[in-house]
Design a protein around this ligand. Sequence first.
Ligand code: 1YM
Length: 642
Amino acid sequence: MEKYEHKYGAEQIQVLEGLEPVRKRPGMYIGSTSVRGLHHLVYEIVDNGVDEALAGYCTEINVVIEKGNIIKVKDNGRGIPIEKHPKTGLSTVETVYTVLHAGGKFGGDSGYKVAGGLHGVGASVVNALSEWTEVTVKRDGGIYKIRFERGKTVGTLERIGDSNETGTEVRFLADSQIFETTDYNFDTLETRFREIAFLTKGLRITIEDQREEEPKKSDFCFEGGLISFVEFLNKNKEKINEKPIYIEKNGDVPVEIAIQYTTAYSENIHSFANNINTVEGGTHLEGFKRSLTKVFNDYARSHNILKEKDQNLQGEDIREGITAVISVKVKEAQFEGQTKTKLGNSEVSGVVMSMMNEALSAFLEENPAVAKAILEKCMSASRAREAARKARELVRRKSALETTTLPGKLADCSSKVAEECEVYIVEGDSAGGSAKQGRDRRYQAILPLWGKMLNVEKARADKIYGNDKLNPVIIAIGAGIGNDFDITKIRYGKVIIMADADVDGAHIRTLLLTFFFRYMRPLIENGNVFLAQPPLYKLSKKGMDDVYCYTDDDLDKAYKNLEEKGISRDQLGLQRYKGLGEMNPEQLWETTMNPETRILVKVTMEDAIKADEIFTILMGDEVEPRREFIENNAKFVKNLDV
Ligand code: 1YM
């Protein structure tokens, strides 16, 4: 490819190459061919509709998951242009779907593209990676249709009818030769579309799942935009300012910010650039944080809340209990970082800072009661931070004296190479005992926990350091917590939570995850946290190897499988495991700990919003949503991305 570069320039080469490179190396274009990449196909198509909405021509996008995992996306915009494209000689719609990176380049003066999926590659990539794609355009009084198979045009664009409406409808079937799975997760899509609807004030997005007998449907449209977003994030929390603070400026870099403080202790800031969730932050977030710190300190000083000259509130004091969403639109956005979710454009930091300095200080002057309530909270956070620092010093001094003292309950492994080591955090003493005997002690460590855990949503850092349940976890992992957490110091590459498959198990799992989410977040971001999956059933028969089943579905399949081999149900013994404690060390090893046979679910941050919502419901002050949630706790593991 490189040898042509000088001759033709990148654009021509893409035209010449068509879509073959996409099918050869799909990961380069959509990140991966896992379920995550699969969902990206839908986002790419929907983003074209969102762009049309941002350009002011589209008010509604409808997404349907049809039977057989066919996706249909429809919008009521202008319709993709159909006239002959000067460069390719094909219709524009065919060009958009068959030429790599065609996108907005062909569309004339629609301005900058601001939507765009994580990799911003557009419709042609979706087409290349689909068994078939059909695009129907209503425009100029007609209905036009074109079909593709594995990226290749079948026939040509045809006029199939008349219509006075305008819009675009795309149906496609992801290619099972390319993707590990073609089974869409309704919750994942629903969460992303809710997010897009929050970020695009007034745009209606609907999603319907027609795969089951009873179709599911959600309908999102938020006139309040980001204000609705923070209200949604805080719906189970106690608010300090009832009405979110809202700041908007539509300059060269449009910026939109909504802020609402709650009585919680955590910091909950979500940033977006061009509708992409910048999980790793970036320059917009830096500008926001710097301005927040400056404006509140200035206000506190000028209103005599900070009395001593050298006294200052730290950024973290001012961010305690904050829920904020920042959304910027950047023309040539640069995305950096491991997952390409960190905004790099340096000019954005100053833009966000100066507009926010002005707007936020004006807001505080105009709303003294709100300013006072927030600052009281900041001052108390500042005092707590002092107390926490002292407590931490104490722990540090203690651990300096006791040097390598690991928790007494920890059965450590012999290897000291973190990458190959794992720690199982096990609920209960008897399960802990079996795990200790069953493990491979070269690289598997066991830390039993028991009793009720401290609820970290309700506790400040000073309490956590002193807590006798969490301290062993902190010391065993060995990398500190909060701002001091240092991922390079972790003693185990895998931190595996092993709890029963019942409500109590779900509770302890959630508590630990809350703790990791709040105080060791890089551990989740870095993919070091796992959930062990103990089996629910064992089928046994004399002379036959035991068969373990991890779900009810598994059990059905196993019965069928064995029946085919001539073994009927009544010949089989069925044991239902109520807890880890019922398994002997060999069984626990075989089913749950042996890397060759076990199932581990990786906990990821893909959906920090959902995680935060779950944690808040489970741990927050409101009892009713918690009760409801625990009743459906089976959903919990499903909601975490596997
Ligand atoms: C369900 C997917 O693709 N809608 C859509 C796409 C386009 C337009 C309108 C559009 C854009 C422009 C002018 C422009 C696209 N057009 C192009 C291209 N929905 C969906 N709706 N007229 C219509 O950008 O100027 C690419 S996407 F390149 F042909 F203009």
